[in-house]
Design a protein around this ligand. Structure first.
Ligand code: CTP
Ligand code: MG
Length: 232
């Protein structure tokens, strides 16, 4: 990949659904803060520069939990304050990403992402404005009305459950994020903003193993899988 790139790790959420009593990114998983697993994978993928968006007021906690990763990124490692919404956190981090053409955005809440997925996602930018990790949907998906009656069955072969990492040409991401706060607040992923702006978004096949830790159940599964990784 010819693009000079940096990664943004969004770690500024509160983790309300996990309910761990502290921001989700700092919850311990197999003995390490959740966000540290993603930083390891980014370093292993050779990403030279990383910016982490952390919860406002948690700078010292973040430095203590993640500061040790700084030496893994030759072109820099920065912690910045996140915003009210996920997209606002991305925007704050992008301002500190430095002089790069490609940006990988990743949720700290996906600690199982593998280095090769970061590399493949970035490489897929060659032929698109954005490239997004996504898994095929294993269940049949139906659309139903408010009355509970099924309206239609969707063609499963064309459905993708979207994850992170998501890679962007910097200019495309900047333009996509330059919208009203209300639009930003509604975006559940950054690629949807690029779609909205008319950009091309390419799917990169991933697996359900790269799930997002949202609930206590997810945390238990991630703990088991990462614990296995530590022991092997
Ligand atoms: N995130 C962020 N800034 C926000 C909100 C979310 O950086 N204002 C990040 C989270 O830290 C997480 C990712 O976006 O890594 C995905 O969000 P989600 O899983 O919803 O995490 P939380 O918002 O922390 O969880 P909850 O919605 O349960 O409070
Ligand atoms: Mg959230």
């Amino acid at each position: 990949m010819l693009l000079r790139s940096a990664a943004i790790v969004v770690a500024a959420g509160s983790g309300a659904r996990l309910g761990a009593g502290r921001p989700k990114a700092f919850v311990l998983l197999a003995g390490r803060p959740m966000a540290a697993w993603s930083l390891d994978a980014l370093a292993a993928a050779g990403i030279p520069r990383v910016v982490v968006a952390v919860p406002p007021g948690h700078g010292a906690v973040a430095e203590e939990a993640l500061g040790g990763a700084a030496g893994d990124f030759p072109l820099g490692f920065a912690l910045v304050e996140g915003g009210e919404t996920r997209s606002a956190s991305v925007r704050n981090a992008l301002a500190a990403a430095g002089d790069v053409d490609g940006v990988l955005v990743h949720d700290a809440a996906r600690p199982l992402a593998a280095p090769e997925l970061f590399m493949r996602t970035l490489a897929a930018l060659e032929r698109a404005d954005a490239a997004i990790a996504a898994a095929r949907v294993p269940d049949t998906v139906k659309e139903a009305g408010e009355d509970g009656l099924v309206v239609r069955t969707l063609d499963r072969s064309r459905l993708w459950a979207v994850q992170t990492p998501q890679a962007f040409r910097r200019a495309a991401l900047e333009a996509a994020l330059n919208v009203d706060a209300s639009v930003l607040a509604q975006a559940t992923d950054d690629a949807s903003l690029v779609e909205r702006a008319g950009g091309t978004v390419r799917v990169v096949e991933s697996s359900p193993a790269n799930f997002k830790v949202t609930t206590p159940h997810d945390l238990r599964v991630a703990e088991l899988l990462l614990g296995e990784r530590v022991r092997s």
